[in-house]
Design a protein around this ligand. Structure first.
Ligand SMILES: C[S@@+](CC[C@H](N)C(=O)[O-])C[C@H]1O[C@@H](n2cnc3c(N)ncnc32)[C@H](O)[C@@H]1O
Length: 285
């Protein structure tokens, strides 16, 4: 596909940007990954020649990307809230809209940003939510759980790489670890971005989603089972006036609000994301 002749970064970009069904952004991200240069250095060093190792890596990476594999699985990294996370096919690729959950938490806790909060991240995946909250709220403690041991390994590696120590990881089916080991534990905040696609959701057929773990995408039911369980069981694990903050699919807000209402939650506040789509709910016990 790519002639392995010595070629400069600038020329490579020029030649390949229209050749594949790849965006210029993706191509530049792959160039940065293969060369170890920043986006700015790609411009300032556009006359630098790509060596044969870099060209080989780029050839394979472009092929994988054009077959629909997410960029984050090829480069093994993804930016989230200005930190670089290690990402493998064992975890969901973190989505930019999930950063807005972080904004909501920090706004919510802004009154006392340094208070020692106890926070649960249910379904932590790569750990982006829990690790970011632990890093932004260094006096707080985050308990992050996932039912996938492979995902937990990735999350633990991220906490280690990012030098975040006020987070602890447990293998658990939602609250089951706490039921067994810490039945009286209570959190100030439970945050979750659970799998929310129904088993027959057509989005699951999209090429990029086909590369992601099914267990991170769908509850294998109607897409609402985690919300029903969180609405029902979270109050037991929250202090009085504690919060539940959930991310959900953009068509699901009304139905989830009705589950919260049926379970007698105090105040519920629905939020839209930056694209204006209904995307999150904050509920107070
Ligand atoms: C949508 S992903 C979210 C990952 C990460 N929090 C994020 O926002 O990028 C959902 C996560 O929930 C986990 N999960 C699925 N079923 C679970 C269960 N029954 N108990 C705990 N975690 C579960 C999956 O392994 C996956 O990591």
């Amino acid at each position: 596909m790519i002639g392995l002749q010595p070629i400069t970064i600038g020329l490579f970009l020029q030649q390949h940007v229209n050749k594949h069904s790849l965006s210029r952004i993706d191509l530049k991200a792959l160039l940065a990954w293969a060369t170890g240069l920043t986006q700015t250095q790609l411009i300032t060093q556009s006359n630098r020649k790509l060596n044969s190792l870099e060209l080989n890596q780029l050839e394979q990476a472009i092929q994988r990307r054009t077959q629909g594999e997410p960029l984050a699985y090829i480069t093994n990294q993804k930016e989230f809230y200005s930190r670089t996370f290690y990402i493998t096919p064992d975890v969901l690729v973190p989505r930019p809209e999930t950063e807005e959950l972080i904004d909501q938490v920090l706004t919510l806790l802004q009154a006392q940003p340094t208070a020692p909060y106890c926070i649960a991240d249910i379904g932590c995946g790569s750990g982006v939510i829990g690790i970011t909250l632990a890093a932004e709220l260094p006096l707080s403690t985050v308990i992050a759980i996932d039912c996938s041991s492979k995902a937990l390994q990735v999350a633990q590696q991220n906490a280690h790489q990012l030098k975040v120590h006020n987070i602890h990881f447990y293998l658990s089916n939602i609250f089951s670890y706490f039921e067994t080991h810490t039945p009286t534990l209570q959190f100030d905040l439970i945050v979750s971005n659970p799998p929310y696609l129904a088993h027959n959701d057509p989005h699951l057929e999209q090429p990029e989603l086909k590369h992601e773990p099914q267990i991170a995408l769908t509850d294998q039911a109607d897409g609402y089972s985690f919300y029903r369980q969180l609405a029902q069981e979270s109050p037991k694990w929250l202090k009085n006036q504690g919060y539940l903050l959930i991310e959900h699919g953009y068509t699901q807000q009304q139905q989830i609000l009705s589950y919260l209402e049926a379970n007698h939650w105090g105040k519920t506040t629905p939020f839209t994301d930056l694209a204006g789509l209904p995307r999150m709910i904050l509920a107070q016990k």
